[in-house]
Design a protein around this ligand. Structure first.
Ligand SMILES: [Zn+2]
Length: 235
């Protein structure tokens, strides 16, 4: 037959083990989150780059149309020039022609610049897409690894919880609920052996009289310093 204290300490052993498994599960999360965040950032960058490519392609199409239109105008001017009768008409036609040629030449240099930008943007976009593919492949591997680790931990955790449940039944209800309450305050351990004349957790000294009582009755008492349960253990 276990004493209250033995039953409680045995329960705590399981809780510490369970806590360890839960911590292992939690530790798997940041890795996945980090990969997700990288993918997300890259997807956003790709979205921006794609929008940039579309905008430049629109400029490119616009300039190509304009150049075709103005070249046609030059051809018309040429025809008009061939048909002029007077010097005045010839001068006017030549001026028009010059102007049209200047416009086309400026549009052509704009088009060259757009073409260059497009080339750069497309290359950058291809790089980002390749990087995304790499990360997605990494993520696939990581996901499988994590799933495998999680599966193993889940099995161990289920066993530990089963064992814990059986042990919990043995601890008197009132003591167990005090213990659970203390652990509920984000504590891994709630029961500590006294260290000499002090609480084993916070080192608050226990008055001689109380210590004496604890040593003779094997009582499990609350530390007034840190609120854990403590018990006397012979040095
Ligand atoms: Zn204490």
């Amino acid at each position: 037959m276990l004493t209250q204290l033995q039953a409680l300490l045995s329960l705590q052993e399981d809780d510490v083990v369970i806590h360890g498994y839960e911590a292992q599960l939690a530790a798997l999360e940041p890795r996945m989150r980090e990969l997700d965040a990288r993918c997300e950032r890259l997807n956003q960058a790709i979205g921006r780059a794609e929008a940039g490519v579309v905008a430049e392609e629109e400029k490119q199409a616009f300039l190509r149309d304009k150049i075709a239109e103005h070249r046609l105008l030059i051809e018309h001017n040429q025809t008009a020039m061939d048909a002029v009768k007077t010097l005045k008409q010839a001068t006017a036609a030549a001026a028009q022609m010059e102007q049209a040629k200047r416009i086309v030449s400026s549009e052509e240099s704009d088009l060259l610049a757009v073409n260059r930008r497009l080339e750069e943007l497309r290359a950058a976009l291809a790089g980002q897409r390749a990087e995304l593919a790499t990360i997605e492949a990494e993520q696939e591997v990581a996901r499988n690894e994590v799933a495998e680790q999680r599966g193993t931990i889940d099995v161990d955790l289920a066993k530990a919880r089963q064992s814990r449940a059986a042990k919990a039944d043995v601890v008197p209800a009132e003591l167990r609920s005090r213990y659970d309450r203390i652990r509920g305050r984000k504590r891994v351990e709630a029961v500590f052996a006294m260290r000499g004349m002090s609480c084993g957790n916070c080192d608050t000294a226990i008055p001689m009289q109380r210590r004496h009582t604890m040593s003779t009755t094997a009582a499990i008492e609350l530390c007034e310093g840190c609120g854990v349960l403590m018990y006397f253990t012979p040095a």
